[in-house]
Design a protein around this ligand. Structure first.
Ligand code: AMP
Ligand code: MG
Length: 329
C-alpha cells in the first residue's frame, strides 16, 4: 500500500473519505500524532491494532470534536465531570467515563470505561468533525517505538501500512495526554502529562496523583508495557558528573554515546556529542521524543540527564524513565 503524506484542506477531505470507507488514517494532535479509525466500527479497530502491532489488551482513546459528542459514548455524566470537561477540554487530557453500549469492547480492551479526548489543535478537530464519527486512536508509532511528533516520524513506522498521514507540522506539547479516571469519588491520574495534578485539583478539589517512577504492576492497562523505547540502549544520568563519567566509560568500550541535556549545561561537555532539549520545561517536553528519534540514528547509546523542574518536567521524566527501563547511573 502506498502511504501519502498530505496537508491542508485536501488532506482533511481525503482523510474523512478514507475513514468513512473503514480505513485507518494518521493525524496530528497537539500531544503526539494519532492513528485514527471509526471508533464505532470493530473491523476498523482491528486494523488499528494490526497496523501498530499493539497488544489487544491495551485500550484506545476515543477522540471527539465537540463536547456534545461525549453524550452518546458514556452511560453517566456527573456535574463534577461536566466541570472537568468544560474547564480542561479541548486540551492534552483524556478522561475515563463509564462507557455506553455503542462503544465496541475492542476499543476499550473489554473494560467498562472509555477514554475520551478532545484535541486542541484545530486541524485535528476539523478532521474529526469531517469524519462525522468519533475517532479511536492510539499514538501513531509502531508498538514499543517512541511516539511520533511529526509526520515523518509516523512515516518511519507506518510506511506501507496505512493509506494517509495528515501533516500538521510539529506537535506542540510533545508527550501523550494526561489520563484521568473520573469514575471514582476522587479523580485519579493514571498517566501524567501536560495537564498537571495541580491544574486538575483546581477544578475538582482533590486528585490522586500518579508518581513519576516506573510502574511494574499496572493500575491501568498499557502501563505494564515498556513504551517509548528508542532502538538503542538509553540510561538516565543523575547529574552532569555522572553523565560525563558514563559517556567516557562508553567511549572506552568503543561505543558512540550521545547525551540529551538542557541548554544550561552545554559548556562543560567539551567535544562530547549532545542534543540540547531546550531551556524551558515546555521546550524540553516538546523536544523529548523528537530528540530520542534523532539520537538513535546517529549514536548507539543515549544518556539523558535527569530533568528537574515543574510538574510538566516530571511528566517528561516519566517517559524518559520508561524509555530507559528505569536505569539510572
Ligand atoms: P496511546 O494512545 O498509545 O497513548 O495509548 C492510550 C493509553 O490510554 C493506554 O495505554 C491506556 O493506558 C490509556 N487508556 C485508554 N483508555 C483507557 C481505559 N478505558 N482505561 C484505562 N486506561 C485507558
Ligand atoms: Mg502510545
Amino acid at each position: 500500500m502506498e502511504t501519502l503524506i498530505l496537508s491542508g484542506e485536501k488532506a482533511i477531505k481525503l482523510g474523512a473519505e478514507l475513514i468513512k470507507a473503514g480505513e485507518v488514517v494518521a493525524f496530528p494532535t497537539e500531544t503526539v500524532y494519532g492513528l485514527g479509525g471509526n471508533a464505532l466500527d470493530s473491523a476498523c479497530i482491528a486494523k488499528i491494532y494490526q497496523a501498530k502491532g499493539r497488544p489487544a489488551d491495551n485500550p484506545l482513546i476515543v477522540h471527539i470534536a465537540k463536547v456534545e459528542d461525549i453524550y452518546p459514548l458514556v452511560s453517566e455524566f456527573s456535574e463534577r465531570n461536566k466541570r472537568v470537561v468544560e474547564k480542561l477540554m479541548p486540551g492534552p487530557i483524556t478522561v475515563l467515563f463509564p462507557k455506553s453500549d455503542i462503544v465496541p469492547d475492542s476499543v476499550t480492551a473489554g473494560l467498562k470505561t472509555v477514554g475520551i479526548r478532545m484535541p486542541k489543535m484545530a486541524i485535528a478537530r476539523k478532521f474529526i468533525e469531517a469524519c462525522g464519527v468519533p475517532i479511536a486512536a492510539p499514538s501513531a508509532n509502531a508498538s514499543t517505538r517512541v511516539s511520533p511528533t511529526t509526520a515523518s516520524h509516523v512515516y518511519e513506522d507506518m510506511k506501507g501500512r496505512i493509506p494517509l498521514i495528515i501533516d500538521g507540522g510539529d506537535s506542540d506539547v510533545g508527550i501523550e495526554s494526561t489520563v484521568v479516571d473520573l469514575t471514582g469519588e476522587i479523580p485519579t491520574i493514571l498517566r501524567p502529562g501536560a495537564i498537571t495534578a495541580e491544574m486538575l485539583a483546581e477544578v475538582v478539589g482533590s486528585v490522586r496523583t500518579h508518581k513519576g517512577e516506573v510502574i511494574s504492576s499496572a493500575p491501568a492497562p498499557g502501563m505494564k508495557y515498556k513504551h517509548y523505547a528508542p532502538t538503542v540502549p538509553m540510561v538516565v544520568a543523575s547529574d552532569m558528573k555522572a553523565l560525563i563519567e558514563e559517556y567516557d566509560r562508553q567511549v572506552a568500550l568503543d561505543k558512540k554515546p550521545l547525551c540529551l541535556i538542557r541548554g544550561q549545561a552545554i559548556d562543560i561537555l567539551g567535544d562530547r556529542k549532545f542534543i540540547n532539549l531546550g531551556d524551558s520545561d515546555y521546550e524540553v517536553c516538546r523536544n523529548i521524543y523528537k530528540s530520542m528519534r534523532d539520537a538513535e540514528k546517529v549514536c548507539d547509546y543515549i544518556i539523558c540527564i535527569y530533568l528537574e523542574g515543574s510538574e510538566i518536567c516530571k511528566s517528561v521524566m516519566n517517559r524518559v524513565l520508561k524509555a530507559s527501563g528505569g536505569k539510572i547511573v
